[in-house]
Design a protein around this ligand. Structure first.
Ligand code: NAD
Length: 337
């Protein structure tokens, strides 16, 4: 099948190319993000392969469908960037990679926690500068602290396991409690209680209308002063302006982000020679107690291999008319789940 693969970097081309060997699809790699301005590059392709920051809104999907596209292969788990109603109206099939590195994302979340709690970035820079003073590096231990895990699916449940290993008390919030987390000793509580009791809060929920800005000024009021907040899920879960106010007042003591609401204009690109135009993001970078990585939690060898293999298998399965249910994305599937 002929596929236009949007938004590719060197590593995408390498892993997708290798995974394609047994499938023999015709992959055309494009560097451009998929947007209303670039969708014409996908004209004439039966299949489109897209990533997290590509725009799959009604306008883009309509243009692609009008020019021969029938299938969209998402090489990611999240599908908040896809207009599913439009895809349904246009008869487009959408598939995703539902789980490729839950351990990798969970481990990265904990890496952010430790980087913040032990001030590793400051220590790293200081020692390289020949400054061996400990002033300002006082940390705290996780042992017997309370960690609140919001969303206990594939990734959140791995975070529960790791934090139990540190000897933490783990609280959880999820509309669908996970028996594995209960067996690990996590205690499910209400959202308000998890906000009130946690020393560390970590988000592992999908971005949906109900979860948009779930961390806002109102939620911050319930939290312990000096709380650590970690978000490796989706930027839109957090109201960044509210969080900046929380950092300024000290209500938030530590912030670790792998995702940001407006990341599409920043992340995955080398902008080191340019002036950052996003003033809110630039403000976040000024805090000594904020660590930001650019959506790299998934970025491991194992994950790239899994993503590439499942994406190529989804394309082959689409041709055979038998994509596994768990990989399909449609309004119907979302309503059922
Ligand atoms: P998952 O579907 O396995 O788990 C999500 C959990 O969230 C489910 O248990 C669900 O019941 C729960 N949930 C739904 N609505 C909720 C709400 N309002 N409050 C609390 N919980 C709610 O998903 P996952 O694989 O664990 O991934 C979680 C998120 O991580 C994804 O949605 C994706 O956005 C993000 N992610 C980020 C990266 C990265 O590189 N940073 C990589 C993969 C996934």
């Amino acid at each position: 099948m002929k596929i236009a693969v949007f938004n590719t970097k060197r590593y995408d081309r390498q892993y997708l190319g290798e995974a394609n060997e047994p499938h023999h699809h015709e992959l055309v790699f494009l560097e451009s993000h998929l947007t209303a301005e670039t969708s014409r590059l996908g004209h004439g392709f039966e299949g489109i392969c897209a990533f997290v920051n590509d725009e799959l809104n009604r306008q883009v999907l309509t243009d692609l469908a009008k020019h021969g596209t029938r299938f969209i292969a998402l090489r990611c788990a999240g599908f908040n960037h896809v207009d599913l109603a439009a895809a349904g109206d246009l008869g487009l099939t959408i598939a995703r990679v539902p789980a490729y590195s839950p351990h990798g994302v969970a481990e990265h979340s904990v890496a952010l926690m430790l980087t913040l709690s032990r001030k590793i970035c400051r220590a790293y820079n200081r020692v390289r500068d020949g400054n061996f003073s400990l002033e300002g590096l006082l940390g705290f231990e996780f042992f017997e602290k309370t960690v609140g895990v919001i969303g206990t699916g594939a990734i959140g449940s791995k975070v529960v396991r790791i934090m139990k290993g540190f000897g933490c008390k783990v609280l959880a919030y999820d509309p669908y409690p996970n028996p594995d987390c209960v067996s690990l000793g996590a205690e499910y509580v209400s959202l308000k209680d998890i906000f009130k009791q946690s020393d560390i809060l970590t988000l592992h929920v999908p971005l949906m209308p109900e979860t948009y800005h779930m961390i806002n000024a109102e939620a911050l009021k319930f939290m312990k002063p000096g709380v650590m907040l970690i978000n490796t899920s989706r930027g839109g879960l957090v109201d960044t302006n509210a969080v900046i106010e929380g950092l300024k007042s000290g209500q938030i003591g530590y912030l670790g982000l792998d995702v940001y609401e407006e990341e599409a204009h920043l992340f995955f690109e080398d902008l080191s020679g340019r002036v950052i135009q996003d003033d809110i993001f630039a403000r976040l970078l000024t805090f000594p107690n904020v660590v930001i990585t650019s959506h790299q939690a998934f970025f491991t060898h194992c994950a790239l291999q899994n993503i590439a293999e499942t994406t190529l298998q989804n394309i082959t399965d689409f041709q055979k008319g038998k994509i596994p249910e768990k990989n399909l994305v449609s309004l119907e599937h979302v309503e059922k789940s």
